[in-house]
Design a binder for this molecule. Structure first.
Ligand SMILES: [Zn+2]
Length: 444
């Protein structure tokens, strides 16, 4: 997930300030208060779904349900899960007939091993997103207008003339963008120069990218660039990555876990606790098992509380969470419940032959028509096998296109072989989720 503060998206100061005031208070409220808020928001979303979303109207009618039958999170169990496939197949019916009232905009998921998912975001969820980041970054000391740096690739990839650029500064937002795809040992001096020139107080990025930045700076003795906090998201933070980032930048890593679909969010506080943002969405588990220590483990099911143009109810995703029992408290004093562990979205770092760590391997392949699912296997330096599950639209000519796109990311010299397999042949983790990258090569 990237933070995109665009004026046109977030120019709703009244809505933002109102929600901000609540978010500042609600994190300390007794759980009962937070639950009432959830129920009140859920009621609005259910009314909207029943009255304006054809997909849900039909689903409710088939089950003889009325909006008043679903007023508490527990009542959601009366509804079936919503899968990514449902969203793909029923996009038009999931769009509310009054969507235009909520200023909808189309978005695409990143970070999955299958076809990207198209869905709508809207004004209420944009307000939510802004307030959500504002609060979490505030836990690390951030105030609006503080200068910050962000490691990302998509910004640079949007325009051909920017692909090779290493950094870009946006004075209006006091934001320094660093190109995460171009970081290498040779170029690390330029990154250090930009960080010294613009002096961001905070940094945000995927943990694997921040790790490489920290590692290379450290190797060159450029580890005297401090931050007040490093915010991570988009993948699981490996312990060795956290240690390297914290040691190099002299600050805490404050991680967050959320999805572009905006149905749930978990944020890490300075005491290390991963707090469920109850005000953001409803997080539930399915296929869950309770262990002897009271920790429950299961697959994530979530319900949006702020999306009106295309509400998602009981949206099932691949990730696995371990939840502490509700009575578990964090030393920070916040009442938001705690997650013990997040399983999912780990991306091994692949070293290109020109010395760049590649962490965005899926980017060039995602969205190519006819690729239903894929997996990278990296058995030896300089060799990459891409295993592809073909869909109906796949044509033999696509093989060259795919190789060209991959080469632009992985660099020259790497041997890229394509292998066609069926979905059952892809390696999965213990939970049955497809692993995006299977690598047996340690980054050098
Ligand atoms: Zn805490």
């Amino acid at each position: 997930m990237s933070v995109d503060f665009r004026v046109r998206d977030f120019a709703y100061p009244v809505g933002i300030l109102r929600l901000r005031r609540y978010f500042e208070r609600s994190q300390w409220l007794p759980l009962d208060g937070l639950k009432s808020y959830q129920e009140e928001r859920l009621g609005r979303v259910i009314d909207q779904a029943y009255n304006h979303v054809p997909f849900y109207r039909r689903l409710f009618d088939e089950r003889h349900l009325k909006p008043h039958d679903i007023r508490k999170p527990e009542d959601l169990r009366k509804l079936p899960f919503l899968s990514r496939d449902n969203v793909r197949a029923r996009y038009d019916q999931l769009r509310a007939d009054n969507a235009s009232r909520f200023r909808p905009a189309e978005a695409l998921t990143t970070g999955t091993t299958g076809t990207p998912l198209r869905f709508l975001v809207d004004r209420p969820s944009n307000v939510l997103e802004f307030v959500y980041y504002w609060r979490h970054w505030g836990w690390g000391g951030f105030r609006l207008r503080d200068p910050f740096a962000e490691l990302r690739w998509d910004y640079f990839n949007r325009r051909a003339e920017m692909v090779e650029e290493l950094w870009h500064y946006q004075p209006a937002f006091r934001r320094l963008l660093l190109n995460s795809v171009r970081i290498s040992r040779e170029r690390i001096g330029v990154y250090a120069w930009a960080l010294r020139k613009f002096r961001p107080k905070f940094i945000h990025g995927r943990p694997s990218n921040l790790y490489c930045l920290a590692l290379f700076l450290r190797e060159r003795g450029l580890d005297d660039i401090p931050f007040k906090a490093a915010f991570t998201g988009g993948e699981v933070v490996l312990p060795e990555h956290r240690v390297m980032i914290e040691k190099t930048f002299g600050c805490k890593v404050l991680d967050h876990y959320a999805h572009m679909e905006r149905c749930m969010a978990v944020t890490q506080c300075p005491e290390g606790g991963y707090h469920i943002n109850l005000e953001y969405g409803i997080l539930q588990l399915t296929e869950e098992k309770e262990r002897e220590d009271g920790v429950t483990i299961g697959r994530v099911v979530c319900t949006s509380l702020h999306k009106m143009a295309m509400p998602f109810l009981r949206y099932k995703i691949e990730d696995i969470l371990e939840l502490y029992p509700p009575e578990k408290r964090c030393p920070c004093g916040r009442t938001l419940p705690l997650v013990k562990a997040i399983h999912g979205r780990v991306r091994p770092i692949i070293m290109s032959l020109d010395g760049r760590p590649v962490t965005t391997l899926a980017a060039p392949i995602r969205g190519v028509k006819g690729v239903r699912a894929f997996q990278f296997t990296h058995e030896a330096p300089g060799q990459m096998i891409v295993r592809i599950v073909k869909g109906k639209e796949y044509t033999p000519g696509m093989e060259e296109t795919l190789k060209l796109r991959l080469r632009a990311f992985i660099g020259e010299g790497m041997r890229i072989d394509l292998e066609y397999v069926s979905e059952q042949d892809l390696e999965r983790d213990e939970w049955g989720n497809i692993q995006m990258v299977v690598s047996h090569v340690r980054p050098g």
